[in-house]
Design a protein around this ligand. Sequence first.
Ligand code: SF4
Ligand code: SF4
Ligand code: SF4
Length: 312
Amino acid sequence: MACTIPAAEIKRVKGMGFLNNKGTNLFNARVITVNGKITAKQTAVIAEAAENFGNGDVEFTTRLTVEIRGIPFEKIEAFQAFIAKAGLETGGTGAMVRPVVSCKGTTCQYGLYDTFDLSEKIHQRFYKGYRGVKLPHKYKIAVGGCPNNCVKPSLNDIGVIGQRIPVVNEDMCNGCKKCQVEKACPMGAAKVTDGVIGRDKDICNNCGRCVGTCPFDAVETGTPGFKIVIGGRWGKKIAIGQELHKVFLSEEEVLSVIEKSILLFREQGKTGERFADTIARIGFDKVEEQLISDDILDRKQEILDAPLHVVG
Ligand code: SF4
Ligand code: SF4
Ligand code: SF4
């Protein structure tokens, strides 16, 4: 059967998270999982909704949302009301902040902080908080727990990477023949030279795996922090995100940089370009400077009120 729904209606419901199944009058409902973590109750409601409204299939997207296939156009509102009883909603489309993706750093043996907690905060402040804010293009955020980069932070418009900067106390080092710190370092950054442990800062990725491995307490603590990468993308054109030079020491700083990056993209991006293009056009150094200073936050309301990107 060919699709008989008017194009304007297809566009309208796409904005609500319902994507037309090509060539039919049916839709995929994109259900937002916040950060890829849903409760057993929500899982049961999704399964029930797939049976009641769709064709029974539940499909997981690469960005950690869940799609239910085969929903008739006329059942869209009823579907939304049904999943709302479990605190679920549809969405995740358009030229705006997209659903956040997170790795399972909260429980992973290498995780350096609570990624689900931070990604939920990002969801609340920037997915929900900026839902009505149009941007030049989609804006993707990834939250990773350590430099293993499972969630590919550097292929997102902005990505967070957990850090633990080891504190090396050379005075405690005995220059052992077999150094435990050297052994623990996956990067080859920790090295005993002339009987003293050292760390090559250019190679070290602050994974923190050496912390606590020295039997003589030469590397007993590490400073927790976050690295931020900007301007990554995957798709037709590929760009690898670039790291901001600073390691941020608090979640609040990370949230502030994310907010500044969204405002900068809205204000200085051209309709139709991704953040990577904006950065290439303006220059990484100038973007970084603005993300570190608070000037852009001082102009937040002005940027949000500006009648920009009516097409985007
Ligand atoms: S990025 Fe690190 S913390 Fe996150 S899942 Fe991978 S290994 Fe674990
Ligand atoms: S860092 Fe610790 S394990 Fe390594 S050589 Fe020094 S004392 Fe030995
Ligand atoms: S933090 Fe990681 S990369 Fe750096 S010295 Fe320690 S183990 Fe090696």
